[in-house]
Design a protein. Structure first.
Length: 239
């Protein structure tokens, strides 16, 4: 192991893999546990930066990848993550090789794509990479809200239920970058929604850009539009 790997391991938190399961075609559910998870400062919607590249590469850009906290339990000292492998990148290789009993190294939770309880209704939109993130937001809205979720993938088998087994969102089989189909779904939904809306869009950066523009044109303000590109074709390891 190189100097950088050793240094990074000392700077990062550490926890042990206690479970790893296949939950969909191209997606794993990972559960980690450790004393460093007993008292994390965590706001719903924050993510971890995980050291995925040690022992696998010397390329600094490939040392760390970003994954959302699907569920945090400070009493059990566990974090659940849902990790997709559509990319064939270093992160997907890391999760495929990771085994129960091994250590995982990660930053403190951070991020701005977090829960906002100020709306009357919510639209949650994305691909498989954003499902865990937006399930967690949905579960942690404090009052019962009108929530519609539109999630897509090439195949239904790539989309998975929430951690409690529920499936609160609508799933669609759509090819990559399906902006027009998503706008059609949004336009069917908006007339039935009342009060202030907030939209969260995560996943493919092209969809994020297009839907950001769409909602701006519809007169939504920046506090109502929450957009986070999780990946972009030909770019590696977006944060
Ligand atoms: C705030 C945030 C939270 C995130 N949370 C999660 C999460 O909970 N679960 C999760 O699986 N991912 C999540 N991601 C996305 C994840 O960090 C990226 O998919 C990352 O690129 C994966 O790294 P990699 O090494 O596997 O692929 P990379 O080496 O980064 O990319 C290799 C190639 O694959 C493409 N690619 C990357 N991801 C995808 C994808 N999902 N579908 C199709 N092509 C892809 C890239 O564009 C690139 O061309 C999150 C990203 C952000 C910014």
């Amino acid at each position: 192991m190189g100097i950088i790997d050793n240094l990074a391991k000392r700077l990062f938190n550490q926890a042990t893999v206690i479970s790893k399961k296949v939950i969909a075609k191209n997606a794993f559910h990972l559960k980690i546990q450790g004393d460093s998870l007993s008292n994390l400062q965590y706001i719903t919607g924050e993510h971890l930066r995980i050291l995925v590249g040690f022992n696998l590469t010397d390329n600094l850009k490939d040392k760390v990848r970003t994954y959302s906290i699907w569920h945090y339990d400070p009493i059990q000292r566990t974090i659940d993550l849902a990790i997709c492998t559509h990319s064939d990148g270093i992160g997907s290789r890391w999760i495929e090789q990771l085994e129960v009993g091994q250590e995982v190294y990660f930053s403190n939770p951070k991020g701005k794509f977090i829960v906002d309880n100020s709306a009357d209704y919510y639209l949650l939109i994305g691909d498989a990479s954003a499902l865990a993130h937006l399930y967690e937001i949905n579960r942690n809205l404090i009052a019962k809200k009108d929530v519609k979720g539109f999630f897509y993938s090439n195949h239904r088998s790539e989309l998975f239920n929430d951690i409690d087994g529920s499936q609160p969102f609508n799933f669609y089989e759509l090819s990559e970058n399906p902006v027009n189909q998503l706008i059609t779904l949004i336009e069917k939904t908006l007339p039935t929604s009342h009060g202030k809306g907030i939209v969260y869009v995560g996943g493919d950066g092209r969809v994020c850009v297009a839907l950001n523009q769409y909602f701006k044109q519809k007169g939504w303000n920046k506090h109502q539009i929450k957009v986070k590109p999780f990946w972009m074709p030909h770019k590696k390891g977006l944060e």
